[in-house]
Design a protein around this ligand. Structure first.
Ligand SMILES: Cc1cc2nc3c(=O)[nH]c(=O)nc-3n(C[C@H](O)[C@H](O)[C@H](O)COP(=O)(O)O)c2cc1C
Length: 373
């Protein structure tokens, strides 16, 4: 590893050598391969649980059992490959959210990133006592200070504990986004402002509960971007797009190639059947849906609470699984606003090394006197 002047990222008693979290990416984009490679390099590797069971033989007959089995085996596989810090990403909108949470805790996962919803009740089937003593860390993903305030107030009142950190995702991120289409298109929201507001919301609780790290995500692309976010007060960053373009990413080569090939104008905002907007690389499927086509939809299991099967123009789980397997015509790839900058696939080691180098350069540029001494 090159000279590393990045600070460590502390989440409770966990200490990541690098302040870099690899964002959980479904369906099947970040599994044990990518997560273990990132954790092994000193970052936090995250397995995405969305649609994780779709690769199992029996997924058509019992997707819930397939999800649990696949998650268990991905966590174990990752653990065999690294002693580093591993997390999972679970969307509250998933029908089997509670089960995936339970399995992750049973498997001793270090961190659970909770997305697509506000976690205001006890996670999974945990009792209050178990929740308070759980060694697994809980990190809600939010897109506004308002969401942070609601969570902080509820956890303070009902649980007497705080989230172990927050992941703040801005409008440039890939995947589903916690903003309205209007906000995304007008560009009147930015990560920097939201980060500052979340830091302020969190600071009100820190005198009582101690430090609550805030991790910034969405559009973080270079080591200099990481420096910028830490300079603004973030304790770490979460990056998705950069990690798709790695050898270890668990997606098919064609999925990664879509990143290398895409141009700025290919990145579009879609209205996902999940009920949220999302950012993706346009594809034949997305263009046809845009023109009003409705794809035959066979729902084997209502995997998302929020999906209205009757009106959904296509099955998002099927589309994302097709893309993961390399069929980018009948599926599509979620991607961050900076995906058009990707020009090649590198190893996780190379990527981390370049981020560390760029970060060091940004440090030197910002504090030349310190760099000379
Ligand atoms: C291909 C892809 C799939 C994603 N899937 C999920 C997901 O299943 N759940 C989730 O909470 N976030 C998901 N995300 C968001 C990432 O975890 C991360 O927060 C985001 O990519 C950060 O923005 P960046 O791509 O600009 O780095 C996804 C992002 C991408 C690019």
């Amino acid at each position: 590893m090159p000279d590393n002047c990045m600070p460590v990222l502390r989440i409770g008693d966990l200490e990541a050598v690098l302040p870099i979290v690899q964002g959980g990416m479904g369906v099947g984009i970040s599994l044990s391969g990518l997560a273990s490679a990132v954790a092994e390099e000193g970052g936090i590797g995250v397995i995405s649980t969305a649609g994780i069971g779709r690769g199992e033989k029996d997924f058509r007959s019992d997707l819930k059992a397939a999800d649990e089995r696949a998650l268990r085996s991905e966590i174990r596989r990752a653990r065999e490959k690294t002693g580093g810090i591993l997390g999972v990403n679970i969307m509250m909108a998933l029908t089997d959210y509670d089960d995936l949470l339970r399995v992750s805790i049973e498997e001793g996962i270090d961190i659970i990133f909770i997305g697509a919803g506000l976690p205001l009740r006890l996670p999974g089937t945990l009792t209050l006592e178990e929740f308070r003593n759980c060694r697994t860390k809980f990190v809600p993903k939010i897109s506004s200070a308002r969401a942070a305030e609601v969570i902080l107030r509820a956890w303070d009142r009902h649980f007497g504990r705080m989230p172990d950190a927050f992941a703040v995702e801005g409008p440039l991120a890939g995947g589903h986004l916690g903003f309205s289409r209007e906000d995304l298109e007008s560009g009147n929201q930015d990560l920097e402002d939201i980060l500052a507001q979340v830091l302020s919301a969190v600071s009100a609780y820190e005198p009582v509960y101690g430090s609550i790290p805030v991790i910034a995500a969405g559009g973080v692309y270079t080591g200099s971007d990481i420096y910028h976010m830490l300079d603004l007060g973030a304790s770490g960053v979460k990056m998705g797009t950069r990690f798709v373009a790695t050898t270890e990413c668990d997606a098919h080569a064609s999925f990664k190639k879509a990143y290398v090939d895409c141009r700025r104008e290919d990145l579009v905002i879609i209205d996902s059947p999940v009920g949220l907007p999302g950012r993706a690389i346009t594809s034949r499927l997305l263009s046809e849906v845009q023109l009003g086509e409705k794809k035959p939809l066979e729902c084997i299991w209502q995997c998302l609470r929020t999906c209205d099967v009757k009106s959904a123009p296509y099955c998002i789980a099927k589309a994302l699984t097709s893309a993961k397997l390399g069929d980018l015509r009948n599926g599509f790839a979620f991607a961050g606003a900076n995906a058009y900058l990707v020009d090649r696939i590198v190893s996780v080691k190379e990527l981390i090394s370049s981020l560390v180098d760029e970060f060091a350069q940004a440090c030197r540029a910002a504090e030349p006197a310190l760099a000379i001494n």
